[in-house]
Design a protein around this ligand. Sequence first.
Ligand code: NAP
Ligand code: ZN
Ligand code: ZN
Length: 431
Amino acid sequence: MPRVAVKSVADAGRKFPREFALLHQLGGTDKDVDSEALLKGAPVYGDAAAVKSLVEGKDSIEFEQLAKAFAKKSQSASVEGPEGNCLGWAARDGSGTLAPYKFSRRQLQPNDVMIKITHAGMCHSDLHTIKGDWGPAKYPVVPGHEIVGIVTDIGSSVKKFKPGDRAGVGVFVQSCRECGMCKAGEDIFCPKLVYTYNATQYDGSPAQGGYSTHVVVDETHSFTIPTNLDLAGVAPLLCAGITTFSPYKDHGLDKAGLKIGVVGLGGLGHMAVKFGVAFGCEVYVISRSKAKEAEAKAMGAKAIIPSGDEAAMKEAAGTLNGIIDTVSAKHDVNALLALLAPRGRMVVVGLPPDMPTINHFAVVQRNLVYSGSSIGNLHTTQQMLDFCGEKGITADVEVIDMEYVNTAMERMKEGDVKFRFVIDINKSLAL
Ligand code: NAP
Ligand code: ZN
Ligand code: ZN
């Protein structure tokens, strides 16, 4: 790889966070960068001609010139509202329509990391929240809890990260670290848990999510990201990944040879398939139709069982050791329970606003376990990311610009996504 030396400026991450993040995102370090990767990234993120003339035939370049060639015009000047150090897209009411919104992230505290967001995944929970499916939201809401980016600055006590490192943030940004749950590594059950958006942080400020330029978070609630994985494909691991990895681990379903059903082949579902296959399970996808069979098989699933096909559901009855149900809307849960073998376990992760009554005779008479699972703990999230690094697992993504987000929400509602929308923040949003 032809590498060009970078003459870095002091505090580059603080002065030019977007361009500093781009340098690292495109395969560079503070000292040098792969010139081919820079040229490849130039048409997407910067001025292609300027980057070309900067790099071609050179052994070294000045970071400041590089920053200029990749500079993006600020979009915040035209945004109404209070002054702020962060630009996001927020929903203002139950219509769920997202539009630019300026707000402030807190000043860096000793244990905080400042992450320039490069990519944000779009989870169906973002849609449920901004539409008020689960009750009125704390508008304005900047959604997004599948966040990846590059660290641009660190507080004085931070140990885990240095500027230039990749970092991720998931579904919660604060837990007290003092209660029994936190001490037991069960932070997800901390009574003082603060979700990444639609919540209030300990300092009283609203928590706002990753459809924004940057985030400030305590290092305990951010994760290191394997360097061999594509950042866009990593973003969905921070929610879809951990939410489907945890049930395998917590319920002992991560054993080779077990027959696992994954219900709903969306963002969560396709990650559940990939994990099941990586654990050596025999994975079946229960989908509304056979339309996604080719994709399911390409991920390693054995077959699709179409939930609307009575004969196919009857044939599969009593065969599965475990089911992970990721469906986002009301559906026939009793038909799914019938697929389990005796002592089979069904773990529900989908959060439809309404669900039918469970046939408890079916559960009791065949010793079934019907349970739920919420996201996953901090240490399990890091374990999952490291596992993905070892196995080369990422999400299948459709990368979009920020301007497309409302259309993407509509498409997600209709189930028209393969299999996760990811917003290229560094390309399409600049403070
Ligand atoms: P998604 O990408 O939209 O996928 C949902 C899938 O559900 C669809 O692809 C579709 O699969 C199926 N589906 C949709 N409407 C349906 C209907 N009316 N009947 C039957 N199946 C239907 O959503 P996601 O981001 O994976 O999220 C899924 C659910 O998990 C959401 O409710 C979300 O809020 C929840 N969630 C929970 C947690 C947690 O901690 N437990 C974390 C994240 C998300 P097919 O087309 O294959 O049928
Ligand atoms: Zn989510
Ligand atoms: Zn706690």
